[in-house]
Design a protein around this ligand. Sequence first.
Ligand SMILES: Nc1ncnc2c1ncn2[C@@H]1O[C@H](COP(=O)(O)OP(=O)(O)O)[C@@H](O)[C@H]1O
Ligand SMILES: [Mg+2]
Length: 361
Amino acid sequence: MTSRKKVAILYGGRSVEHGVSVNSARNIFEFIDKELFEPLPIGISESGQWFLTQGVSKDITQGKPLGLTLDAKNPGIIMLASGDRMKVDIFFPVLHGTDGEDGSIQGLVKAIDMPMVGTGVLGSAASMNKIIAKRLLKEAGVPVTKFLDYNFSQRNAISFETIVNKLGLPFMVKSASLGSSVGVSKVSSRDEFNQALDDSFRFDQEVIIEEFIQGREIECAIMGNNPPQASNPGEIIIRKDYAFYTFDAKYVDPDAVTIHVPAVLDKRIIQKVRKISVKAYQALRCEDFARVDLFLTSEGKVYVNEINSIPGFTNSSMFPMMWKEKGVTFTDLITKLIDFAFERHAAHKRIERGFQSNLNY
Ligand SMILES: Nc1ncnc2c1ncn2[C@@H]1O[C@H](COP(=O)(O)OP(=O)(O)O)[C@@H](O)[C@H]1O
Ligand SMILES: [Mg+2]
């Protein structure tokens, strides 16, 4: 074991998906190839402080407090108590949602010019915001649901009638930039409307309201860059008493869903899903990996619902399952993702930062 690369696994975070991230990171920490890599578990507390933890633990603040050195020539992590520098070769954010999946952490790592696994600032920010993502996907020719969007400042002017006229009933109300179905409601009557808006605005400045698509929930895993590869699609069948794929159905109730990997679909639909998913990944400038979530109607119409630039790695998560179906073990998957990131970082070195000019300053 000569030079194992030190992989800083960032987890937790200031997000409603804090707990989901801990569960994802626990699996990455367990399955990462220890012959090739030395994992350094770095927990981000709910108030945003960084700690080196003993394994991946929910008791993040029991760890050793850390800081980042913002010196791009000699970047790294500092142990705050001793002032000692901790060497890191690459960052692997296993963070979901706010501040972790939306480009914030990605910007921090980019500013110190360190390699980082996964989508960068642009793609993370674009994918995280469901309004911006849908506009870009539409422009790229990727089919998406009809939608309307509103800012909190417009809260009192949002009209139920206008929405029903444009999108029909039922419709979906969602926070623009969250995940794990937090701030998501299905609205089937006027009575449910105000509560749904309050729930979504509670977590976000913006909401997106979408036409309800009656369809199957299909997911496709993508990885790599030149060109990206698509897995076979998987399907999540949600028990009928859930109105949609809620937080509890995702993570709490083990009997809420049946997962089919691969999904039982016509060859033609499989190809269509894979092609649309790669197109969506490229349109949103995703890098290294992402999971594309789609709806498939009984007429064979496919819509992209959203792209998760850091999909879950929990025990019930589809992303690793879909690669396993293709013969890629969890351990090999992690190695591949880290390799993609190192390759990308090396390829970016050709880009010049300076520019000779006669500018006086
Ligand atoms: N337009 C829609 N039509 C039907 N169901 C939807 C629609 N949008 C979301 N849903 C349901 O809500 C769930 C969560 O919505 P999603 O946009 O994926 O948010 P999140 O980022 O929280 O996962 C979806 O998995 C699906 O079950
Ligand atoms: Mg989703």
